[in-house]
Design a protein around this ligand. Structure first.
Ligand code: NAD
Length: 498
């Protein structure tokens, strides 16, 4: 069985560790590869390579940096199917869904190709007599990325193309459950002409994360994953003086108003709730039905839910694949059991699903629970599986109170035909990304992505303009060119403009 190794200084390497982990085929429920689990020495080797590469790369002209990114963009585009296949095999999502994530990741590379426009800085003429001011931004140094299993290509691409375009070097710690795509990305960067050491990978688990967080030569950490780990990463990285952005988990609500088009809303909810088996940080997991829309909506969602075809991600007939691991499957089954025990109505039950040729796969069928209340664990916990829960409220105000009381604030959506309701919702909801009749409002690469509250720790959203700010720091220069001695107005008072 093949072992997926680290990528340090332009070379595949086994590093110093002897531990490996299983990389599963979730549709078959058995290992398909091994991944090397790195050590603190491996992190040190990768950070040293990135540090050595930082000087020359940060001094490489903007035009030369951008040429590499354009070449990389073309290679990612050309290898979309190959990347998607690796994602589908390791994660379990359908091939079309995986292609979608590769495209959304590549769009961040598109954005990064325009970095000269974003690094132009600002200039003020004559801020005081004979003095001009300009500001510009410089790269930070060595940036680390720690990423989750659910978007093996896209989430790392939220980070490294922007960091690298800004002149930083990068060490990626991908999820140990889905390491294969990152290996291919490293090879594409090399083929695009990126100098050795600018992009590195250390595979592994907590040991690697802790070594990165404690490493004196890592300047910034971008993390995406679950909330408890995001909180931990933010705390540890901040303590050691690093810049850090840590994106956490989610519980995304879709509020459906009585004036919504119910069939349209049901189509969107089913797509957003069960796509990728609900393993998206922007998946809709809680439907808040307002007023008399509830019965009709539950009916419309349930008929669509029951019709979803589940199978291996590589099966072209499948609309939804398995969960990523046996533990994830068991967690989802337990959550549904608990919901039922707490009094929720199981409208569509995916617990007993049998998939042909997938007896050992990590499958759970799409599941719909109605009459859920905010005290039930099936609502309070992030399930991260193909489970939609319906809560019923009487008004928009009640819906907003419910959404705003939730500790997460990643994404939300409102389904309505009223501009007034939509405007009120977007102004009052305590959530970072909002859809109006759009169920998964993932911003395009030239906007930034980020939640509020327990869905993001740190000040910066990721990619887009905030990504550029995160991966750079500002300098402001005040310049005077005195050419006659008499111009010197220096005195001991604090200077003000003259
Ligand atoms: P996870 O938190 O288990 O793992 C994320 C990363 O942290 C992995 O690289 C993992 O190796 C590492 N890690 C895990 N446990 C650790 C520990 N104890 N100490 C140090 N590092 C550790 O998340 P996951 O299961 O891979 O991904 C799913 C989660 O990610 C969900 O909660 C989902 O909502 C969230 N997510 C959020 C966003 C977002 O943009 N906010 C995007 C995608 C996924």
């Amino acid at each position: 069985m093949r072992t997926i190794e680290h990528w340090i200084a332009g070379l595949e390497t086994a590093g110093s560790g002897s531990r490996t982990g299983d990389v599963f085929d979730p549709a078959q429920g058995r290992p398909q590869a091994q991944v090397r689990l790195g050590t603190a020495e491996d992190v040190d080797a990768a950070v040293s390579a990135a540090r050595a590469a930082f000087g020359p790369w940060s001094q490489t002209s903007l035009s030369a940096r951008v040429r590499v990114l354009f070449a990389f963009r073309e290679l990612v585009d050309r290898h979309t199917d190959e990347l998607a296949r690796v994602v589908s095999l390791e994660h379990g999502k359908t091939l079309d869904d995986a292609r979608g994530e590769v495209v959304r990741g590549r769009e961040v590379v598109d954005f990064a190709c325009g970095i000269p426009q974003l690094l132009k800085g600002e200039f003020s003429d004559q801020v005081s007599s004979g003095i001009d001011s300009h500001s510009f931004r410089q790269p930070l140094g060595v940036c680390a990325g720690i990423t989750p299993f659910n978007f093996p290509v896209m989430v790392p691409m939220w980070m490294h193309p922007v960091a690298i375009a800004c002149g930083n070097t990068f060490v990626l710690k991908p999820s140990e459950r889905v390491p294969g795509a990152s290996e291919l990305v490293a090879r594409l960067y090399a083929q695009a002409g990126l100098p050795d050491g600018v992009f590195n990978i250390v595979n592994g688990d907590k040991d690697v994360v802790d070594a990165l967080l404690g490493h004196a030569d890592v300047d910034a950490v971008s993390f995406v994953g679950s909330t408890p780990i995001a909180r931990y990463v933010h705390g540890r990285a901040s303590e050691s003086g690093k810049r850090v952005q840590a994106l956490g988990g989610a519980k995304n609500h879709a509020v459906v108003m009585p004036d919504a088009d119910v069939d349209f809303a049901a189509d969107q909810l089913v797509a957003a709730g069960y796509g990728s088996a609900g393993q998206r940080c922007m998946a809709i997991s809680a439907v808040v039905a307002v007023g008399q829309v509830a019965d009709q909506l539950v009916q419309a969602v349930s008929s669509r839910t029951a019709a979803i075809t589940v199978g291996a991600g590589t099966d072209s007939a499948a609309q939804m694949g398995p969960l990523v691991s046996a533990a994830a499957r068991d967690r989802v089954l337990d959550a549904v059991d608990a919901g039922e025990k707490d009094g929720a109505t199981v409208v569509v039950d995916g617990r007993e699903l049998q998939v042909p040729d997938g007896a050992d796969g990590f499958f759970v069928g799409p599941t719909l629970l109605d009459q859920v209340t905010t005290d039930m664990s099936v609502y309070t916990e992030e399930i991260f599986g193909p489970v939609l829960v319906v809560l019923r409220v009487g008004s928009l105000d009640e819906a907003l109170d419910l959404v705003n009381a939730n500790p997460y604030g990643n994404g939300t959506a409102v389904f309505t035909s009223s501009g007034e309701v939509a405007r009120s919702f977007q102004r009052r909801v305590q959530v970072g990304m909002i859809g109006v009749n759009v169920p998964i409002p993932v911003p395009m690469s030239y906007h930034s992505f980020g939640g509020w509250k327990d869905s993001l720790f740190g000040d910066h959203h990721i990619h887009g303009p905030e990504g550029v700010r995160f991966y750079t720091r500002a300098k402001v220069v005040s310049t005077r060119w005195p050419h006659v001695r008499e111009e010197s107005l220096a005195h001991l008072n604090f200077p003000t403009a003259t």
